[in-house]
Design a protein around this ligand. Structure first.
Ligand SMILES: Nc1ncnc2c1ncn2[C@@H]1O[C@H](COP(=O)(O)OP(=O)(O)OP(=O)(O)O)[C@@H](O)[C@H]1O
Ligand SMILES: [Mg+2]
Length: 289
């Protein structure tokens, strides 16, 4: 494909493969991300999400495949591509002994932000994260949510075109998770930055992502907008609690599901389908076990 055809895309990956010895962690993944997209990689533990992110951000070398940022080959001009990339890793890597300001300052040096612009950019980032008043506190005194907000805005400091978030809310309680969701949405909407997020939380993918790649065993099993994927299997599910297990039947409308429920001799429940149902239908197992 010509460079010009790829230019509208922030990121394009083709046939990405990663093998660790005999183990194939990623078995041929293709992705397309355009400016301002909000894309999710949803899959169970061990599906290959982190390995994919690590390849896309240059932390590990793929066994095979191609990656392009703004139409340019990642491997022939990695330095150029890395300017476009912001990363929030699965395991937080802030320096707990430094203050919030110092952590951001360190990052600004590493990313070559000119000295005279550093303070302004750091203040802007702290303000955006609601952490300005806490700038001179050591990060070890921060709550889990504050640390997560700091790591998020740190990744924006050098003005990337795409932000990679690997399980951004894992281990957070529901209220703080919501708070982080709001910040991630604000980054996407106000800064127009493309986001690629990995998660094994169904609700997270459904609430945030406009497009989702569902992956299992290193392969994409289906992709599309969460609502479309759900509609494809029917919008509603009737669960029938039999002695030998739960039977599920899918329906296009709630009325159809309720109609079927009438006269059912077992305990029944009608609910909206989730991406978990999509995953179960395709793989026969649950995302979260
Ligand atoms: N350095 C490594 N050496 C060997 N195997 C690895 C290595 N890194 C990952 N794997 C294996 O590759 C597979 C994919 O791992 P990966 O961390 O990408 O999954 P994940 O989808 O991010 O899972 P989780 O939801 O638990 O974070 C797993 O089976 C894992 O054990
Ligand atoms: Mg992972």
């Amino acid at each position: 494909m010509a460079v010009a055809e790829r230019a509208g895309k922030v990121l394009e990956a083709r046939g990405l493969v990663k093998k660790f010895g005999e183990k194939t962690a990623v078995a041929g993944i293709a992705l397309d991300i355009r400016e301002g997209d909000f894309t999710g990689l949803l899959g169970p533990n061990g599906a290959g999400k982190t390995t994919t992110i690590k390849m896309l951000t240059g932390l590990i070398k793929p066994t095979g495949g191609e990656i392009y940022y703004y139409g340019r080959d990642f491997f022939t001009c990695p330095k150029d591509a890395k300017r476009h990339i912001g990363v929030v890793p699965q395991h937080s890597n802030v320096d707990r002994d430094l203050t919030a300001y110092e952590n951001l300052y360190l990052h600004s040096i590493l990313h070559g932000i000119p000295k005279k612009r550093r303070r302004e950019k750091i203040y802007e980032a702290l303000e955006f994260a609601g952490l300005l008043d806490h700038r001179d506190r050591q990060v070890k005194t921060f709550s889990g949510g504050m640390k997560r907000r700091l790591v998020l805005v740190r990744a924006l400091l050098h003005g990337p075109g795409i932000l990679f978030l690997d399980e951004p809310t894992v281990g957070l309680d529901p209220q703080i998770r919501k708070n982080i969701w709001d910040l991630i949405l604000k980054i996407n909407q106000q800064k127009g930055m493309a986001i690629l997020l990995t998660t094994h939380y169904i609700e997270e993918a459904e609430k945030l992502c406009r497009s989702t790649y569902i992956i299992d065993k290193g392969r994409i099993i289906i992709k599309g907008a969460p609502d479309d994927l759900k509609k494809d299997i029917g919008g509603y599910v009737l669960e029938i609690f039999r002695e030998d297990g739960i039977e599920e039947a899918f329906f296009a409308s709630k009325e159809d599901a309720l109609e079927r429920l009438r006269g059912c001799p077992h305990t029944c429940k009608v609910r909206e389908v989730t991406l978990e149902d999509v995953f179960i239908k395709l793989t026969g197992k649950r995302i979260n076990v």
